[in-house]
Design a protein around this ligand. Structure first.
Ligand SMILES: [Fe+2]
Length: 607
């Protein structure tokens, strides 16, 4: 069973970074031995652990041959009690027989998979090495040590989402596949507390009840014939009532938004999950959130909150059936508009989009889903070289798609868009994003190193043409990914963006304040062997009508010291880029994805 006896061998192997040459040369050997050594090993074993599962005594036990890797004895799991588990202890004879047969089939599948090395993009020993490795939940801890002074205006909670696999992977695993975990630092009168909790998704709750992972991992497992076999196994388990996918399969690990008194944790493969910040600063999953029955399809993890109207704008994409893309919005009190179906020829990855004062800007780019590629042995996430990237500009209040204006932007792939605004004097929409090459390198192994170029893309609504230019000069070019502009000015012309210095990729060595008008870059580096993730910009004044300067605020960033193996939250003054305060955290915070800040005033109104 995946959660029972254990040693620390697997976790050691998972957390220890490899040099790339070691990775490529020895991958087959590693798969046989399941063991890696590294200088970090001596510093980390007591700190990196896979959460233990104390809330169930499942009758469903994975065949021991599925996971022959011994496991670490893990610390007490503080997970919320499972209140929604499958009635697996009441399976009938047919179900038990089916479960045994499907387990045997899975054992055979895993044994076959282990005869071949995994690509780096699906190898858990690469994907969740070092501080990408998961941590157990932590109940709230108060009065954390603070160096410096927390600015008076920071009252509320900083929450950040991330991928944190609850169970060790039995086969392929991509970093994006992990279960959602939210980390929360709450500020109250100059003091800070910290907690982290899994988001109790339907899949996690069921896997806990079963005591092992059974839901397919969208990127790490679903490629080639093995991926098809895993899908068939999953559907067969569903047919026999051993798992239930009818309430979603998402991991809720990517984005966070606070809207209409709800904190929502999101991934683009499912509905959001409502998570509540408790008065003490802890986190509690309320439920999968369908906006009171209004939302019936997945929603992307980067909905856009308009700072002026207070409306929330979102997309939904489908990888199997038409319509492949829908746009909708929510009024400030949470009333959803009708879906606007946007016709596109093929299912396309749309991780992000942008808003302006009057429009939504929708990227229709070259990373698409071709499920038939699995039959040919490949990944269903592919770069379509025959497609021309384009942006769709649609009125925010559109009732239908007929007025969408598509403007081509060849060879442009932006995983994220940081902002967009209108320049009526030139009939242009200006889009700020990081153009990534190779476009699919996050998902598919390739030799070319990743480049992420902060770019200004101009879409001319009159001529239907686009232009694109790098914002930073060639000599200063640096990979910039994950970040934001002042959220009080989203959709309006902004001068500054705060973006992660994504080097050495995929680590983040600091962040940059970029003057989007001049290209000037001011860097803040975390220091030797210290890395972080998305910098959050918190305006000093939450009033959007405030006359304060655009950069009058603070950057909040989790920073992990890989020498000391300790994590901090740092607060940096965005005007002068000086450190104001650092908060020592009681446990490691893995590198993660996106966050937001909820003011204490908003927290009081929380549902
Ligand atoms: Fe994202």
């Amino acid at each position: 069973m995946a959660s029972s006896t254990s040693t620390n061998t697997w976790v050691k192997s998972q957390i220890l970074p490899l040099s790339s040459s070691t990775r490529s040369n020895n991958s087959a050997n590693r798969r046989r031995t399941n063991y890696i050594t590294c200088s970090l090993q001596v510093q980390t074993p007591s700190l990196v652990r896979i959460p233990q599962h104390t809330n169930t005594t499942p009758t469903y036990q994975a065949p021991t041959t599925i996971n022959p890797i011994p496991k670490i004895k893990t610390p007490k799991d503080h997970s919320s009690k499972n209140t929604n588990s499958l009635p697996n202890q009441q399976w009938n004879l047919l179900q038990r027989a089916a479960a045994a047969a499907l387990d045997a089939a899975e054992t055979a599948l895993v044994a076959r998979e282990r005869r071949h090395p995994l690509p780096k993009t699906a190898d858990p020993r690469v994907q969740i090495a070092g501080n990408f490795a998961p941590v157990p939940e932590q109940p709230v801890q108060h009065s954390l040590p603070v160096t410096g002074k927390i600015p008076n205006c920071i009252e509320g909670v900083y929450v950040r989402n991330g991928a944190n696999p609850h169970y060790e992977p039995v086969a392929g695993h991509h970093f994006f596949d992990g279960d959602g975990m939210v980390h929360a630092v709450k500020f109250n009168d100059g003091a800070a507390s910290y907690a982290c909790r899994f988001t109790e998704t339907k899949r996690l709750v069921q896997e806990r009840a079963l005591g092992r992972p059974v839901f397919p991992k969208a990127i790490g497992e679903l490629h080639g014939h093995s991926g098809i076999a895993r899908l068939l196994l999953f559907y067969a388990r569903g047919l026999f009532g051993l798992v239930d996918a009818s309430h979603g399969m998402g991991v809720a690990n990517a984005g966070l938004v606070y809207f209409n008194r709800h904190l929502l944790a999101m991934s683009e493969d499912d509905l959001p999950y409502h998570v509540r910040v408790t008065p003490t600063g802890d986190l509690k999953t309320v439920d999968r959130f369908d906006f009171n029955g209004q939302l019936k399809s997945a929603m992307i993890a980067h909905p856009k909150l308009d700072p002026v109207s207070g409306e929330l704008f979102a997309l939904s994409y489908d990888v199997i059936k038409k319509p492949y893309l829908k746009y909708f919005k929510f009024s400030t009190d949470g009333k959803k508009s009708d879906d606007v179906e946007i016709p596109i020829d093929q299912p396309t990855m749309m991780h992000d989009f942008a808003i302006t004062e009057n429009f939504v800007v929708i990227p229709d780019q070259q990373v698409v889903f071709k499920l038939q590629e699995m039959i040919r042995g490949g990944s269903p996430v592919v770069f379509d070289k025959n497609k021309t990237s384009r942006f769709g500009v649609l009125d925010k209040n559109a009732k239908g798609e007929k007025d969408i204006k598509w403007i081509e932007a060849p060879d442009c792939f932006c995983f994220h868009l940081w902002n967009a605004w209108e320049e009526p004097e030139s009939d242009e929409i200006v889009v700020i994003g990081s153009c990534m090459t190779p476009a699919d390198s996050i998902f598919n192994e390739c030799e070319e190193s990743l480049k992420s170029v902060l770019s200004e893309i101009r879409l001319n609504l009159k001529t239907g043409k686009s232009t694109r230019r790098p914002i930073i000069t060639d000599s200063e070019q640096v990979n910039l990914e994950a970040g934001m502009v002042n959220r009080n000015r989203l959709g309006r012309k902004t001068r500054f963006a705060y973006l992660a210095l994504a080097e050495p990729w995929p680590k983040v060595s600091g962040f940059a304040k970029v003057d989007l008008f001049t290209g000037q870059v001011t860097k803040y580096l975390y220091g030797d062997q210290r890395f972080g993730g998305e910098p959050l910009f918190l305006p000093r004044d939450s009033d959007i009508n405030s006359s304060s300067e655009e950069d009058d605020g603070y950057i909040l960033a989790f920073v992990h010291d890989e020498k000391e193996w300790k994590s901090q939250l740092q607060i940096i003054n965005a005007m002068n880029m000086k450190l104001e305060a650092s908060i020592d955290l009681p446990s490691r915070v893995p590198y993660g994805f996106h966050g937001t800040f909820i003011s204490s005033k908003d927290l009081e109104k929380q549902m």
